[in-house]
Design a protein. Sequence first.
Length: 447
Amino acid sequence: MTQRLSNLSGMQKFSLIWFAQMLSQFGTATTRFSLMIWAYQQTGQATPLALLGFFSYILFILISPVAGVLVDRVDRRLVMILGDLGAALMTAMLLILFSSGQLQIWHLYIAEALTGAFEAFQIPAYSASISVLVPRGQYARVSGMRSFSDAAAQVIAPALAAQLLYAFGLGGVMLIDIGSFLIGIVPLLFISIPIIVHTAADHVQRNFRSDLATGIRYIYQRPGLMGLMGIYFGINLTAALTYYAILAPMVLARTGGDQIALGNVQAALGVGGIIGGVLMTFWGGPKKRIHGIFLIGAFSFLTGDFLMAVGRTTPVWMFAILFATIFVPIIVGSKQTIWQSKVAPELQGRVFAARGAIEQLAMPIGYLFAGPLADKLFEPAMRPGGALANVFGGLLGTGPGAGMVFMFLCTSIAGTTICLSGYLFRSVRQVESDLPDHVADAVPTPI
């Protein structure tokens, strides 16, 4: 079997890995949706759900620089395997706690933090492997495939979770998730991923401490990449405040805890991503990638967040979120294509980890502030007679969930402004033409 797989093209090898990882994502998304419902039932507040997101990023950010160094030094396939096994172990620990009747909210926080630590290794290893498996001309389409799998998991998870919870309970859902992690590992046991032959210059004075600084120094010395990373930090922060942190409690609050309504909205989010992923896979995105980030990003924020704010029914939210997320794979694919084209494969582990740590720093910040902003500030202000209710109540409504809806109105304006601001800086606007592509594709050695 190993010999047969070794004869496959790089794109075929990636496709097998991608498909297995997608099945693993289905299991993970199903468990996270089920645990989110469980957490909301315990508290009835937005803050605990937002904190789940906060803890999922905190160790990811702290460990990413170290992970990037290791990804460039060791077998990336082994890194991916160990990352998946670590995540499976966290689910297994939650399953044991739940089965013994001892599961508490703070257990979820610890599990999310440790899972984020494993993802700090797995994600840059996965991303950097693409550059040595797939031809450069296929980078955008591969990004579309990854966006498709992310979105497909979001579509399937809510409906699947409802059925599995009814049939097997929360414990059964977590057990299935553990099985899906193992499925994700299988192709990695048999498919070789080329390793990078480092240049002589790359070996000069290499030590762990200098390697830790290599990624951020590489970005800092290239203003176009530095500015692009900064704009994306702002995009992530804006999205984290609403779509990631308070979408679920907002829908539950405005529908009286209707889990079906939440499932439908989450599914619409995934459907939009699937459509966008398919579009990116076959189209490849705009020729000038920077427009795919800034112009399409602004349009997504302006329309999607605004419709989420003014909508008061599940069908309107479904349309709004579907329309907004169709563009997300194009935004992500355009960004990723620029980075993979500009950064040499032997540096991508360190550079991508540094970039990821800084860009993703926006996520825990957004999660940390979103819950208190909703529960302590905007929800009281949008109650009948509240400080903002008289001004915005006619447009957004009042009562439970109205404060979180107001936050969507704010991010509609902020997200649009952040995206369009990228055009103000020439180094960012012209990064594709001013910054040369890396000289050649990696010279790989099969393992």
